[in-house]
Design a protein around this ligand. Structure first.
Ligand SMILES: [Zn+2]
Length: 677
């Protein structure tokens, strides 16, 4: 399952579920400080000069012993922690609980696991939806059909949802955005190099195969070509990822009639009514040009071809709960071909991931009750306070900032809300219907439930208590429209954090993660939002220019890095994350040196306290990945390859050069060191 992220600045791009019980027990029984030191030592490769390749020095041991398993696209510390604990999550789902929501999660999981029953039903559970598509007679009937497909999580044509009003961050309004593609990015449809052309041919063959599985005798090459051509037209109308980083490019609030004028061929009032959205007058149209392209595409495509396009998207979105032939075929293209994953993961893992994605707070509640360690929250809050203090000092000392901008920056920093662990109020799943013998129906009802919950927000005030990640998630995020930093319980684990461990490692791990999320409020995107989460310019023009100059240094630096083969990192796409990584580690180091590091002089395994902060950071990113997965990440993901999240940052820091006594001409000492924060 993919979790769709809107304007969230997450730490890493994998969304994984992590129960805490197992790891806390293991770590505590193994005497935390000694075990942590051993883990640090074993991951390193001392034969490498840290001044030449710090990532290889810090991670070489781990990398050598952890090749990518055949059923993964990547294997790193995030996945390692997740994997050790999936078994516990599975146990919770396979054990009867007294809590009603937890029982529903167990039923969801059980239905997902019942593969013989899924196989026996064939495509029968899709028949009603297929019949509705077959029944489409004219474009006039599109609004109702599209609303129905959207409710099932079938992302055709465009995306429609409730979102924060960017001019008034306490309110929520309707929001419509580009969408309707199947390949990971518009560039996959438009690039003309041989690899891209090949990939499109393979994609068309896959669409044809799936349509043939759906209806024996169907699935002609012409049908697949029609799907590709239609999606390509939509792709041409899309705004690319780099341009979208500037929030101004997707900020177009208008009256519903104005949207209607952009797409005369699609009735928005009927669509909104069919979707069950509350009545509204104003809507943010992220990409007006896309809406025009959509209208043209709908007008110039035959009804039969549109039906084929809808059928393809329906079967693709349902594949995980259809018979194995469908699931395997979809895996073959989207995972094996696109991401280099050789084998399907065991079914239970897929079902655990999906249950977490669609009933996460029912499951997360059980984790927290069983296993949330008492020390994690106070320890984290202490680090958050220390890091905010040094961030204020950093803002106060920035030589390139005027007093006016400085004051506004400090006001924004003071307004940042910290959230650790899990929501105060759990989501209510009472209205959710889950049947132990209806895997596809459960998934459809779950998606429809989440969609209703989202659309009901249109016109209502923002609920700032909500979380965008489930508690067992090993990740963290900053929300620009809420100006909060969020650390789910799942990430408060080694290698990020461990109660009682060497503070240098906790600051290099969890501390730098805190600094990273905090810095997002002041990166190329976050800086356009004020302390209340409103999209509002609070920078003087000169200060904005000074920021851009400094940020450009980082963009140019990372653009030189190679992700895989001829695929390079896009320094503009990854700018915000790289700024956050650079700021985050610096803040964590300064906070450590002003706190526990002020008196700490111990040398552990030959490493000084400062050196251990750097090693702690780099070791969070130890990871092997398939070349295909790295290529995909470079094309679509705002995070740089993990090696550069370590090396790109330390090579900008004079503190690193000093800590490891690197020569001025060492590879990890950049002559043109970049610094924003
Ligand atoms: Zn981030």
């Amino acid at each position: 399952m993919k979790l769709t992220q809107y304007r969230l600045h997450v730490l890493a791009f994998t969304f994984v579920s992590l129960p805490l019980a197992g790891i806390l027990a293991t770590a505590q029984s193994a005497a935390p400080p000694r075990a942590a030191a051993a883990a640090m030592r074993d991951a390193m490769d001392r034969t490498i000069d840290p001044c030449t390749n710090f990532y290889a020095f810090a991670c070489g041991g781990w990398l050598a012993h952890n090749p990518v398993p055949a059923d993964r696209q990547r294997w790193g510390r995030f996945q390692e922690v997740q994997d050790r604990n999936y078994a516990v999550l599975r146990r919770i789902l396979e054990t009867k609980g007294s809590d009603a929501d937890r029982r529903k999660a167990s039923d969801y999981y059980a239905a997902c696991m019942a593969e013989p029953a899924i196989d026996a039903k064939g495509v029968m559970p899709l028949q009603a939806d297929l019949a509705q598509i077959d029944g489409l007679k004219s474009r006039d009937e599109l609004p109702e059909l599209v609303a129905r497909l959207h409710a099932l999580g079938v992302n055709v044509l465009f995306r429609f949802r409730a979102d924060t009003d960017r001019r008034n961050a306490s309110a929520q309004i309707a929001d419509v955005d580009q969408g309707g593609l199947s390949l990971p990015d518009r560039e996959y449809y438009l690039k003309t190099d041989a690899r891209s052309v090949d990939l499109r041919d393979t994609y068309a063959a896959h669409v044809q195969r799936m349509l043939g599985l759906l209806r024996p005798g169907a699935g002609r090459a012409a049908e697949a070509a029609a799907v590709s051509a239609f999606e390509r037209t939509l792709a041409e109308g899309e705004l690319d990822r780099v341009k979208r980083r500037d929030p101004a490019t997707t900020d177009h609030q208008m009256r519903l009639e104005q949207l209607q004028a952009l797409t005369p061929g699609f009735d928005w009032k009927r669509y909104a009514a069919a979707a069950g959205a509350p009545a509204f007058q104003r809507i943010n149209v992220n990409v007006p040009d896309f809406m025009k392209a959509l209208d043209r595409a709908l007008g110039s495509t035959s009804i039969d071809d549109l039906k084929t396009y809808f059928r393809w998207h329906l079967v693709h979105a349902s594949a995980s709960m259809l018979p194995k032939t469908f699931e395997e075929a979809d895996f073959d293209f989207f995972n094996r071909t696109l991401a280099g994953q050789q084998e399907q993961p065991p079914r239970w893992r897929e079902c655990v991931v999906q249950t977490d994605a669609l009933m996460g707070e029912a499951l997360g509640k059980a984790f927290v009750e069983e296993a949330f360690g008492p020390q994690a929250k106070p320890d984290m809050l202490k680090m958050v306070r220390a890091i905010k203090t040094v961030m204020k000092q950093d803002i106060d000392a920035a030589p390139w900032m005027s007093e006016e901008t400085r004051r506004a920056a400090n006001r924004k920093l003071e307004a940042v809300v910290d959230r650790i662990g899990y929501p105060d109020k759990w989501r209510d799943y009472r209205a959710r219907v889950v049947a132990r013998d209806d895997a596809l129906g459960n998934m459809q009802r779950a998606r429809a439930f989440e969609r209703r919950r989202n659309l009901a927000k249109i016109g209502r005030p923002v609920d700032r208590g909500e979380w965008d990640m489930t508690p067992p998630t090993v990740n963290a995020y900053y929300s620009p429209d809420r100006n909060n930093i969020n650390f789910p319980a799942g990430i408060l684990q080694p290698p990020f954090y461990l109660a009682g461990r060497d503070a240098a490692l906790n600051y290099g791990g969890a501390g730098a993660v805190i600094g990273h999320e905090l810095t997002h409020g002041f990166d190329d995107e976050g800086r356009h939002y004020d302390g209340q989460g409103n999209l509002r310019e609070w920078w003087t023009e000169a200060d904005g220019k000074a920021f851009e100059t400094r940020a450009s240094c980082i963009a140019d630096q990372y653009s030189e890095y190679v992700a895989a083969g001829d695929a390079k990192i896009n320094g503009r796409l990854t700018l915000g994350e790289n700024v956050a990584d650079n700021g985050g580690l610096r803040l964590a180091l300064l906070a450590y040196l002003a706190g526990p590091g002020a008196t700490e002089k111990s040398v552990i395994d030959g490493l000084t306290p400062e050196q251990r902060v750097f090693v702690g950071w780099a070791q969070v990113w130890c990871e092997n990945a398939t070349p295909e997965a790295e290529r995909l990440k470079a094309a679509t993901n705002p995070h740089s390859s993990n090696m550069y999240r370590a090396n790109g940052v330390v090579s900008n820091m004079p503190e690193f050069q000093k800590a490891f006594s690197c020569r001025g001409d060492a590879p990890m000492v950049r002559q043109n060191a970049c610094r924003v924060w």
